[in-house]
Design a protein around this ligand. Structure first.
Ligand code: ADP
Ligand code: MG
Length: 323
């Protein structure tokens, strides 16, 4: 690169000074941070590769948004409060405008979330963004995939399938204002951190839906040695998605788009039947939609009923790399 990596770091990725628990930040070989007393750290990494995790034409702002959201979503799935991130970025060229837009959006989100950028790595190559995110868990409380119990109710936040339709719109250059929300969902997923943290009071099993509901719930079921019966018609479909099925699918619901595609970044969690009303109270308070979509069963299968009460199968698996 014509400009040195150090010029780029100094200009665009200077360390945050928004948190007092960051003891040493920027320029040394490592950052030094102080975890709070009586807490554990939840640590996660996700990489976004151009052309794989986002269409190459995605804007710098949207890439900044999505790369943070997917990592915060992993922290949400554990119930962790995001605190620190590092950023490893690989750039094909030094594009000042791109870097300016990316870094401004990146820092705006970090400030909104009260998260500090504490380090990273800057290299030259095909565009790729890797974020390492660290969050706090208090008093040994977390939500884990292995904690679903027979009889638990299965919930999902928000709506599913929008990002899958958004991707179709981008790939097929569909220009329909009624579908623009789907493209926003693809580019700007919203991690459910606030809701997840309050769920911790009575929920100990959650996963974020990144590879499609069936694939991700499948991880919960195998880790918890149980099955589930889902009523797909209980999944909330956004207005945009309903418009898509009406106008582009001859008014037929394509369930595989809703449960077997990726990029939703909603939270799927299970709670005891006695806590169901607490879920709705919480969601109500936070203005977030939640839907009870089924139940955990002893029978180790994942059974899905459609809107006519008929069992559906033959969904494509969720998104798998290397396949
Ligand atoms: P080293 O060679 O010791 O690994 P680097 O030259 O990679 O150090 O980075 C120098 C400093 O700049 C380090 O403190 C590193 O954390 C920070 N840094 C590098 N790239 C980024 C980035 N993209 N965002 C934030 N900090 C970065
Ligand atoms: Mg380095």
């Amino acid at each position: 690169m014509a400009t040195s990596e150090f010029d780029i770091i100094k200009k665009y990725f200077s360390p945050s000074n928004n948190r007092s628990d960051v003891v040493l930040n920027g320029g040394d070989d490592c950052a030094i941070v102080t975890p709070p007393k009586n807490s554990q750290l939840a640590v996660t990494t996700d990489t976004l590769v151009s052309g794989v995790h986002f269409p190459p034409e995605t804007s710098a702002c949207d890439i900044a948004y999505k790369s943070l959201a997917v990592n915060f979503s992993d922290l949400a799935a554990m119930g962790a409060t995001p605190a620190w991130v590092s950023l490893a970025i690989t750039l094909p060229e030094v594009d000042a405008q791109w870097l300016d837009e990316f870094s401004k959006q990146f820092k705006t989100i970090l400030d909104e979330m009260n998260v500090a950028l504490i380090g990273g790595d800057t290299t030259n190559g095909p565009l790729s963004i890797t974020i390492n995110a660290i969050g706090f868990l208090q008093d040994g409380k977390s939500m884990q995939r292995s904690a679903a119990k027979v009889g638990d109710k299965v919930f999902v936040t928000g709506s599913l399938g929008d990002a899958a339709v958004g991707l179709r719109c981008v790939q097929n250059k569909v220009n329909d204002d009624a579908l623009s929300d789907c493209i926003t969902r693809l580019n700007r997923p919203e991690a459910r951190n606030e809701f997840a943290q309050s769920l911790l009071d009575f929920c100990d099993c959650a996963i974020d839906v990144s590879d499609g509901l069936l694939a991700d719930l499948g991880h919960v079921l195998s880790a918890s040695h149980c099955g589930a019966r889902l009523d797909l018609s209980k999944i909330h479909l956004s207005d945009a998605l309903q418009h898509y099925f009406k106008c582009y699918c001859e008014n037929k619901i394509d369930w595989s788009l809703i449960v077997a595609h990726g990029d939703d970044y909603e939270l799927c969690f299970t709670v005891a039947e006695t806590d169901v009303s607490r879920v709705y109270e919480l969601a109500d308070k936070q203005g977030l939609r939640v839907s009870c979509i089924g139940e955990i069963t002893k029978n180790k299968a994942l059974v899905c009923m459609d809107e006519r009460g008929q069992e559906v199968d033959g969904f494509a698996e969720g998104y798998l790399h290397f396949s």
